[in-house]
Design a binder for this molecule. Structure first.
Ligand SMILES: [Zn+2]
Length: 341
């Protein structure tokens, strides 16, 4: 069987002919394997969906219980035959339930990593390198200038600001799936014990994380009338809310934004961010390169993001590499798209 039978690029996205399924398809298909719950990867309308139990639950929360005609949950490491292909899911360390998908036939293993990161995250299972012949990787931050700070240092900056400006409300823009909960968990790891306030748009997913046993401490919903009283508190909200009228009712608010893009000062300035926090749910340049080496793959296919630099690097390491030019994936973290409720 050729690699093209195992994985090909079609208008609907990555397609496995030998197993007759798509991975994170862009349009409704008969059978979809979904890496994680972010809206650019997990779209509604497929006939059958195979994903981790957590990803299926997240899709139901975001798109409604009828997001697919039929669903099947798969655990990390569990093996399943689809057509001639052995399929298994492995932790990607990106958000709760996120997975890399391994496709194996005799003599050939391909791993599609979806979105992933290598930094520790208390809210999801850590990334596991999966040995393979062909590794399909994202490259959201695939330029050598992207070296993320350590998230615990960034959380330290937020807490220092709270100490320096105890009368000001600290509004932290964060995406609703994964980032918001990670910020809260990191605050708790830092010993922050005050209640953390939450914008209503992040409630459903945060409740789901809590129901999965993730320790987030005391969470309170922001009541409209209470905003003026929240000086000195930390409030997590969608990034778009930072520019809304909603945010102006807080006492002298400090606008913070937790994103890998905050590494780019101009972006922070453009959005009026006073306190940029470089906290990303994607691998940075070093993480991408280290991961490619750890898979011991002979070929890399780069799906979305800054493909060219990563392709060039891989070739210089003696690894065959090609950009896939997949469009339609930017991740929720990428500019300028914003989250729905
Ligand atoms: Zn994602």
């Amino acid at each position: 069987m050729s690699a093209a039978d195992l994985l090909a690029l079609t208008p609907a996205g990555l397609y496995c002919r030998a197993g007759d399924f798509h991975i994170d398809p862009l349009r409704p298909v008969p059978r979809a394997l979904i890496t994680h719950g972010h809206s650019d990867h997990a779209r509604p309308g497929h006939a059958k969906v195979l994903a981790t139990r957590e990803t299926l639950a997240i899709m139901a929360l975001r798109c409604g219980d009828d997001f697919a005609a039929a669903t099947q949950a798969i655990a990390y490491g569990e093996k399943l035959m689809l057509g001639e292909v052995e399929v298994s899911f492995h932790p990607a360390g990106h958000v709760l339930g996120s997975a890399q998908i391994r496709l194996a036939v005799p003599g050939q293993v391909i791993v599609i990593s979806g979105d992933y990161k290598r930094e520790r995250d208390p809210t999801c299972t850590a990334f596991e390198p999966v040995p393979c012949d062909i590794f399909v990787t994202e490259a959201t931050f695939g330029l050598p200038v992207f070296r993320h700070a350590r998230s615990r240092d960034e959380i330290g900056k937020l807490l220092t600001s709270c100490t320096l400006f105890p009368e000001r409300a600290h509004l932290v823009g964060a995406y609703a799936l994964g980032k918001a909960q990670r910020i809260i968990a990191l605050l708790r790891e830092h010993g922050y014990e005050r209640p953390v306030y939450l914008h209503g748009a992040m409630e459903k997913l945060t409740d789901f994380y809590l129901s999965e046993g993730i320790n987030l401490g005391e969470i309170r919903k922001v009541a409209a009338d209470d905003r003026a009283k929240l000086g000195g508190e930390i409030i997590i909200c969608p990034p778009s809310a930072l520019q809304d009228l909603w945010s102006r009712k807080f006492p002298d608010p400090v606008a913070a934004f937790a994103s890998g893009w905050m590494r780019v000062r101009a972006r922070a300035r453009q959005r009026g961010i006073e306190l940029p926090l470089v906290i990303s749910d994607h691998a940075d340049w070093d993480g991408l390169c280290a991961t490619i080496r750890e898979t011991r793959c002979g070929q890399v296919l780069v799906t979305h993001g800054e493909a060219d630099a990563l392709v060039h690097w891989a070739r210089s390491e003696g690894i065959a590499a090609e950009p896939l030019h997949l469009i339609g994936y930017g991740d929720e973290e990428a500019e300028p798209k914003e989250e729905g409720p």
